[in-house]
Design a protein around this ligand. Structure first.
Ligand SMILES: Nc1ncnc2c1ncn2[C@@H]1O[C@H](COP(=O)(O)OP(=O)(O)OP(=O)(O)O)[C@@H](O)[C@H]1O
Ligand SMILES: [Mg+2]
Length: 508
């Protein structure tokens, strides 16, 4: 097993020498070489290396600021600084910023074998431990962050974030659920839950550098549903204090405290919600099923991509207020947006949700289809302990329902095949009878019997159900018409079958 390393230096002359050292050690593969801090952030997100070897001249920001920023985004990354100064002062400043070590130029083979290998191994160990959420004793497993953003205002972002958080809380994780309102100018999560909070996100700005679980717990509002709420700043003007770095740090600590952290990002891009979208495990872009909103979703994900925050393929567009009568159905929506569509859509239920939003009773929306949709979305985002069971009779993609549907379709189809075969038999039999009776009637007429006589004789000879026979004398032939019943559903008319037989000339 080799470790992935990113080399970040503005001096290309260093690259071959350091690459050779890594190649010689056999423990590392150099995933990429970058020469700016922005490229470093993007490549770290893309390649997820265990180690970044960062030259202090990278710029444009001071090296230690770059280290801090990088670790806000990826706390489990090992960063080792290449510095001219290997003194104790430099080492302790680097450690304070979160670096795992300092090496001086020229980097030696011994540095790679000792400091760099142990830094990368540390990163790998921590990641393995944090990822082991299955282990019930794993007190350090990280919770999942799900960011919910709106394609445009009013399309249901807060409702989705609140309901997904409630669904996760109902599934009963050990450490609970936190709902963070990062719609900083117009946050209304607290109103949705009908609560008046005395603290909010802005209270964490001053302590952002030394955030602890305790400082965060002090500003959370514990709702009776079990969801803990971190409200947006009460005064909109304080919103700008919440920078991307503050948001990332707050969320970074919250994920160590909760199983699930759901973030309402609103529909207006801010530094803070960019920070959330960047580090979230899952991002949902809520859109109503109309072209304007879907184009908004498309624009938003494209913007995230240009800002190197997140790739469109790594977000899901969630259709809210879906109805089978909408002109825009998922097939069409897929063609407007670049991101995949979430597998579940949320049905339009205006009255139910309006009541809940206006009374602050978000947690008691009692509509089964809505509840199922929110639970499935929470499950797909990895927030539920068990997937919600799908009801057979409700359809959807559940196997049981599909089987019942297939059964329901197969039974009438089989019945129809049987009825068609029976009808064919009846028609065949009718045609034979008509043919036989025509020959019989023609023979009788040839022998001098009247048509009326023969009509009576034919009628007496007809099998049951064949109806009346009508005989017509055409001079040179006798025509017989009989009819058979129809057994196909919805057709009441009988089927008439005609046959005729010639009367030999000169016999009458
Ligand atoms: N599935 C749905 N069916 C019907 N109405 C819905 C649905 N989801 C949300 N709504 C309603 O849409 C309105 C707006 O919802 P919400 O406040 O969640 O949107 P938002 O995108 O967060 O808005 P804002 O831009 O103001 O933050 C509310 O009245 C809500 O009840
Ligand atoms: Mg909202």
């Amino acid at each position: 097993m080799t470790y992935k390393v990113l080399l970040a230096t503005a001096d290309p002359a260093l690259h071959p020498e350091i690459r050779d050292l890594f190649a010689e050690s056999g423990e590392f593969t150099v995933a990429q070489t970058v020469s700016t801090a922005a490229a470093l952030v993007a490549e770290v997100a893309d390649r997820e290396p265990e180690l970044v070897l960062l030259h202090e001249d990278l710029g444009p920001a001071p090296a230690l600021a770059i280290v801090r920023d990088l670790l806000d985004r990826r706390p489990t990354l090992a960063v080792v600084l290449i510095s001219r100064d290997g003194g104790a002062g430099m080492l302790s400043a680097a450690m304070e910023a979160g670096a795992r070590g300092v090496v001086t130029l020229p980097v030696s083979y011994a540095d790679v074998q000792t400091r760099l290998t142990s830094a990368a191994a540390w990163s790998q160990r921590v990641r393995a431990r944090l990822a082991d959420a299955e282990d019930p004793d794993n007190a350090v497993a990280l919770g999942r962050i799900v960011a919910v953003a709106g394609a445009k205002g009013g399309c249901g972002t807060t409702t989705v974030a609140a309901q997904v958080a409630l669904a996760a809380a109902r599934s009963g994780g050990r450490r609970g659920v936190c709902l963070v309102d990062l719609d900083l100018q117009a946050g209304d999560v607290a109103t949705f839950f009908g609560v008046t909070a005395h603290h909010d996100l802005a209270d964490l700005v001053d302590v952002a550098d030394e955030l602890t679980g305790r400082s965060i717990t002090g500003v959370l509002f514990r709702h009776s549903s079990g969801v803990q709420i971190l409200p947006a700043p009460e005064e909109g003007e304080r919103a700008e204090l919440v920078t991307a770095s503050v948001a990332r740090r707050v969320l970074g600590v919250l994920r160590t405290m909760f199983d699930a952290v759901v973030v309402d990002c609103g529909s207006v891009v801010s530094e803070a919600n960019l920070g959330a979208v960047e580090i979230a495990d899952r991002v949902l872009v809520v859109s109503t099923p109309d072209v304007l909103s879907l184009r908004g979703a498309h624009r938003l994900t494209r913007m995230w991509d240009r800002l190197q925050v997140r790739k469109p393929a790594d977000c899901d567009v969630l259709l809210n207020r879906a109805h089978r009568r909408n002109v825009v159905q998922p097939g069409l929506a897929r063609r407007v947006v670049e991101s995949p569509l979430a597998a579940t859509t949320i049905p339009a239920r205006f009255r139910r949700l309006e009541e809940a939003a206006n009374t602050g009773a978000t947690d008691i929306v009692d509509d089964k289809r809505l509840a199922t949709a929110y639970a499935r979305i929470a499950a797909d985002a990895g927030l539920l302990r068990e997937r919600p069971r799908r009801r057979r009779w409700r359809g959807g993609d559940d196997t049981g329902a599909v089987q019942s549907l297939q059964f329901a379709l197969t039974v009438p189809a089989l019945l129809l095949v049987v009825l068609l075969a029976l009808q064919a038999l009846l028609v065949g039999a009718g045609a034979l009878v008509a043919q036989r009776q025509a020959a019989y009637a023609a023979h009788g007429v040839e022998r001098g019997r009247s048509l009326a006589d023969m009509s009576d004789a034919v009628a007496a000879d007809l099998p049951a159900g064949m109806g009346d026979a009508r005989l017509t004398d055409h001079g040179d032939r006798i025509e017989v018409r009989v009819s058979v019943p129809t057994v196909l559903p919805g057709i009441s008319k009988r089927i008439t079958l005609t046959s005729s037989a010639g009367v030999a000339p000169g016999t009458r």
